[in-house]
Design a protein around this ligand. Structure first.
Ligand code: IPD
Ligand code: CA
Length: 269
C-alpha cells in the first residue's frame, strides 16, 4: 500500500492546529512532568502530540515516533520502516503567552539520522502557512516553490540569533564579533519556523550555536532548507548530521547563500 505522506502530514498539521488553538494564550503554569527532550510538558504540548499520533494511527501506519515529548515509541508491526521525528509544538512559550509564532514540525525518514530525512513539513499553526519538502523535489510554501535570499551584506542582513538559555554568557561571548557587524538581529521563539524563514528568504540567516537545540525541533526544517537551496552547517563549516533522538542537541549556522554564510562563519571563530 502506497502511503500518501504529504496528504497525511497536512492532515496532522490541521488536526494539531485545531487542538492547539483553544489552548493558545492560556498562560498555563501547570507542568505535566518533563518531556524526553528535557523541558517541562504543558497540556498544549501533549494535545499537539496526541493529535499527531491520532492521525498517523488512523491511517494504520507502523512507525517509530521520535518526539520531544514522549521520546521514542514504536507503533505497529514494522516500526523500523519509518522514523517520524517531531516537535508537535515548536514555540511553546509563544503559544502560552499568545505570541502568534508557533509551529509543528514533522520529518519522515527510513533511518534515524538527520541526513536521511526524506519528507518534511513545518506548519505555522497561527497563520496557516505550511512549508513542505521532499528529497530531490524542492521546497514549497503553501505549494509555491521557495528560494532563499541572495543578500550578502552583513550590515543590512536580517539574522536570527538564538540566545535563549539561562546562562547566555558563554554563547554571547562567541557571538560578540558577529553582533558587532549586524543591525537587524532577531529571535522569534520557534526555531523550526525561523529556519523556514531562511529557506524562503524572509530572513537572510539564522545562528544557533548554544548546543541546546534538540534535533527534533529542526529535523524537518533541515530538509526544507536544503531543498530550497539554502546552506546549513556546523559553526566550523562542516556538514551537519546527527542521530534522530529526542536527547540529541545540535548547533548550526543556516544562511541563504554561500557568501553570507562564509562571512558569518568567519565572525564566529
Ligand atoms: C524552543 C524554540 C525556541 C528555542 C528553544 C526551543 P519549544 O522550542 O524553538 O525558539 O530557543 O531552544 O526549545 O521548546 O518551544 O518546542
Ligand atoms: Ca516543543
Amino acid at each position: 500500500m502506497k502511503i500518501e505522506w504529504q496528504t497525511i502530514l497536512n492532515e496532522c498539521a490541521e488536526k494539531i492546529q485545531e487542538k492547539v488553538r483553544p489552548l493558545f494564550r492560556k498562560r498555563e503554569t501547570r507542568s505535566l512532568g518533563v518531556g524526553a527532550g528535557g523541558d517541562e510538558i504543558k497540556r498544549i504540548d501533549l494535545a499537539a502530540e496526541k493529535a499527531l499520533m491520532d492521525v498517523l494511527n488512523k491511517h494504520g501506519i507502523s512507525y517509530t515516533l521520535i518526539s520531544e515529548e514522549s521520546g521514542i515509541k514504536k507503533i505497529g508491526n514494522c516500526p523500523e520502516q519509518f522514523y517520524i521525528t517531531v516537535d508537535p509544538l515548536d514555540g511553546s512559550t509563544n503559544a502560552n503567552r499568545g505570541i502568534p509564532f508557533i509551529a509543528t514540525s514533522i520529518a519522515v525518514s527510513r533511518k534515524p539520522e538527520l541526513s536521511s530525512v526524506e519528507l518534511a513539513l513545518v506548519s505555522d499553526l497561527y497563520h496557516k502557512i505550511t512549508y513542505l519538502a521532499e528529497q530531490g523535489k524542492g521546497a514549497f510554501r503553501n505549494k509555491i516553490a521557495i528560494i532563499p535570499s541572495k543578500f550578502t551584506g552583513l550590515m543590512d542582513a536580517v539574522i536570527g540569533v538564538d540566545l535563549h538559555t539561562y546562562r547566555a554568557t558563554e554563547t554571547a561571548a562567541k557571538l560578540t564579533s558577529l553582533v558587532r557587524e549586524i543591525k537587524h538581529l532577531r529571535h522569534l521563539g520557534a526555531n523550526a519556523l525561523e529556519l523556514c524563514y531562511v529557506a524562503d528568504g524572509t530572513v537572510d540567516a539564522f545562528v544557533d550555536i548554544r548546543g541546546k537545540l534538540r534535533v527534533t525541533d529542526m529535523a524537518a526544517a533541515y530538509l526544507i532548507l536544503k531543498e530550497a537551496g539554502a546552506i546549513i552547517t556546523t559553526m566550523e563549516g562542516k556538514a551537519l548530521n546527527a542521530q534522530l533522538d529526542p536527547t540529541q542537541k545540535v548547533s548550526f549556522v543556516a544562511s541563504g547563500n554561500p557568501t553570507l554564510h562564509k562571512k558569518i562563519l568567519s565572525l564566529l571563530k
